[in-house]
Write a protein that binds this ligand. Sequence first.
Ligand code: MTE
Length: 315
Amino acid sequence: MLIRPTKPVPENEVTDARLWLGRRQVIAAAATGLLAASLPAAATPSGSAPGLGALSFTPGKLPAGETLTSRDKITSYNNFYEFGTDKSDPAENAGALKVLPWTVTVEGECHKPGQFAIEDLIKPGSLQERIYRHRCVEGWSMVIPWIGLPLASLLGRVEPTGNAKYVAFETLLRPSEMTGQNSHVLDWPYREGLRLDEAMNDLTLLAVGLYGDVLPNQNGTPIRLVVPWKYGFKGAKSIVRIRLQEQMPQTSWNMYAPGEYGFYSNVNPDVDHPRWSQRKERRVGEVFRRETLKFNGYGEQVASLYAGMDLKVNY
Ligand code: MTE
């Protein structure tokens, strides 16, 4: 996000993506009965990790023409400033974070505010796999097989009042384990926000896993926001608080540099960042840059949310 150009990434892409696709083909075979004798009847893939156990989820679809970014890249080339500002810092330092117990408080303009334990949010039947393009404002992109629950399903449980116009998100504040919070690079905790209709859109996900397993710490354990038509920084990691409110929330990057990072932050090749163009992006692991798509290619699902708005003003 900052300040320095991104480092080139060595090429080492395909192996684990192929393994994942191979595993999903096995799952598809099971679903059509070919492997019925050897796999459980539900035929949903699952992954296990210490503490939270296996995730059970409905498999998603790889968007046409896309290739998954390798798990290795997705988990080693990260922005998570609570653990340092280099892309390699989160993978190196986030292991210090103690994840359990974890609750997400949902409060503010709603009839049934509550505290939700992570175990409640990931219970069987609630999770779906969603394979999304992920476009960072810095100009790189990935294709990530997330597992999560639609944010709308959690917001539905708390029953927003008529005054709820926006949703604010806050990351954990724990400088003893998130040592980057001892520096003033951002005003902690990390904050993000969405308009309520953006939050309720079916694409908007609370991700709890990727590549079949619970989220690695560096990707935002145990729960993070994913809004695929917006730049990646909207995806607040390690969320502990969600607040429904009438006013537009403050957001970390907008507070840091209001002229560079707006509230909406929709992927838009027609609106340059003040210091670089947003017309092209580099898919991590690819050599040549490709054209960036408006709304990151999700216009059919979300363009109507912005009808009549000047997206150059509301960047
Ligand atoms: N969330 C928190 N809490 N702290 C951060 O520094 N960085 C953001 C976003 N969420 C960030 C965060 C940025 S700039 C990006 S591009 C994405 O996380 C990166 O997500 P990834 O590392 O899973 O690719």
